[in-house]
Design a binder for this molecule. Structure first.
Ligand code: SF4
Length: 507
């Protein structure tokens, strides 16, 4: 439509305009069809596998999508609107490629696919493009020949968008608690693997332990058996791995936009794998931290609303009706989540892995980025960089953000420049992930790693000097204390360098 036609289509001033509606929301499943198969994905491979098993345990038929790759991005761009941030393209392209395979390889008609499958994802009301994701998915599905395919967004704020009596999900306490158990179990499993893999003596031993652990955990979730007991069984799989923690490796924190830092595929150039291959120890963000951030938002907003004049509080009657109760429940929820995480970490043998302190992150970022600004990671990215620099627990912070991401770009390119100017000890690298240009991103990471490696070696040399040891003497001492050469005996993280922390333990 040309611009003149657009103006002709606009309603005359004062004339009633028709509200645009997302048609898929009102499209019920055809009567007589069986319960649909739930497609989902977008987290780490471990989380997706655990969620699929847990959904089976809850009586659903579920299938995790493969990790989104470059082909998914191209497919998403072909059918998606222009100008989206790239998690939209990766996600819907990944979904479409799965549906195309059902159509072309299994011979299902589009009508049968629409009847038998639904896509479940997390959504929000914004304020960035995240608020439009489910609509964008439906548009791409329609253009690809799957008009009416159901996309169910579980809203971070208030539950699911699913409509109608045939809604395929039962969103009760059991559903959410099971989801939380999967998030925590996936976090501790991933966290342990990233701690051990860089130091394993036999390449592949950690990944093999992860694979065996997933079998154990999936079985427990599918049969609705105790997840802590399953985690304790996983611990044995990791305990047998031989490690050499005297290898000096820079520690690199991977932060940024939620999807970009979480995916393990082309969406972030497989940076976790690349960093490890380049000799780094990668510190990933636990997804549980996002749960804590959501709770922190409720608590913080409630406290601020309590300070509003009475006439303003009328705008939020549900929030202001019982703010003390809301505060109590939010604090209780945060404590319970932390306690559950600590139990899971202990069960699998993950030590020294505290969840981030939300109050500390908010305080740290407040001078640079107001905590009221939401969208993307909100103030978290700023808080994480500042606390990482102050606490000297990592040698490099890499922040990944999708091309076209509004909040992350303004934070990384704007605010973090000020943070690094005021905190010169912060070694920070923002990476924008367009899907293309991996070589460029890798070379920038390698340059930042050069500095991080020099910093790690200096820290290690300083620790050796303080302990009065040479590298050979440290190795001798380690040989006499075989317990410290086991995968689960992680030394307390006094410095950023694991080898230096081990030397301190040896003295
Ligand atoms: S945070 Fe960025 S990438 Fe994520 S939905 Fe919002 S604009 Fe898109």
């Amino acid at each position: 439509m040309d611009s003149a036609a657009l103006f002709r289509a606009a309603p005359a001033q004062g004339a009633p305009s028709e509200q645009w509606r997302d048609p898929a929301l009102a499209a019920p499943r055809r009567p007589g069809t069986s319960r649909p198969i739930i497609l989902f994905g977008g987290l780490t491979a471990c989380h997706d596998a655990l969620i699929a098993a847990a959904l089976a345990g809850l009586g659903y038929r579920a299938q995790a999508l493969p990790c989104a790759d470059h082909a998914a991005l191209q497919c998403g761009k072909e059918f998606g609107n222009r100008g989206q941030c790239n998690p939209t393209y990766f996600t819907v392209g990944n979904l479409l490629r799965t549906l195309f395979a059902l159509r072309d390889e299994q011979g299902l008609s589009p009508a049968a696919i629409i009847d038998r499958y639904v896509f479940v994802t997390v959504s929000a009301c914004g304020p960035c493009r995240f608020g439009t994701y489910t609509t964008e998915y439906r548009k791409a599905l329609r253009d690809a020949g799957f008009a009416g395919f159901r996309v169910i967004g579980i809203r971070q704020e208030e539950g699911a968008e699913q409509i109608g009596a045939d809604a395929p999900l039962r969103l009760d306490a059991r559903f959410y608690l099971t989801g939380l158990a999967c998030v925590i179990a996936g976090d501790v499993l991933n966290g342990l693997a990233y701690r051990i893999r860089p130091y394993e003596r036999v390449p592949g031993a950690t990944d093999a332990a992860v694979a065996r652990s997933l079998v154990i955990l999936r079985d427990a979730l599918a049969r609705r058996r105790g997840i802590l007991r399953a985690l304790r069984r996983c611990r044995r799989e990791f305990a047998a791995i031989a490690v050499d923690r005297l290898r000096v490796k820079p520690k690199v924190a991977l932060i940024g936009e939620f999807w970009a830092m979480t995916t393990e595929g082309d969406g972030n150039y497989r940076l976790q794998h690349f960093l490890e291959a380049e000799g780094a120890e990668v510190v990933i963000e636990p997804l549980t931290a996002w749960v804590l951030y959501d709770i922190w938002c409720v608590e913080n907003d409630t406290r601020r609303r309590m300070l509003l004049p009475r006439r303003d509080s009328e705008r939020h009657p549900s929030d202001s009706a019982a703010p003390l109760r809301t505060l109590f429940l939010a604090r209780l929820a945060a404590r319970l989540v932390r306690a559950a995480f600590a139990l899971a970490a202990r069960a699998i043998g993950l030590r020294h892995c505290p969840l981030p302190d939300m109050a500390e992150l908010a305080d740290a970022s407040n001078d640079f980025y107001p905590t009221e600004l939401r969208g993307g990671e909100g103030h978290l990215e700023v808080g994480k960089l500042i606390t990482a620099a102050r606490n000297h627990k990592v040698d490099l912070v890499v922040s990944v953000k999708p091309f076209g991401c509004m909040p992350s770009s303004s934070v990384s390119d704007g605010i973090q420049a000020l943070v690094t100017a005021r905190l010169p000890e912060a070694n920070f690298l923002p990476i924008e992930t367009s899907g293309d240009g991996a070589t460029n991103a890798y070379s920038r990471v390698q340059m930042a790693l050069f500095k991080a490696r020099a910093r790690a070696e200096a820290t290690f040399a300083r620790t050796l000097a303080q302990a009065g040891l040479t590298p050979a003497q440290a190795a001798d001492r380690l040989a006499n204390r075989p317990r410290l050469a086991r995968a689960l005996s992680d030394p307390p993280p006094v410095t950023a360098v694991t080898a230096g922390n081990l030397v301190r333990t040896l003295t």
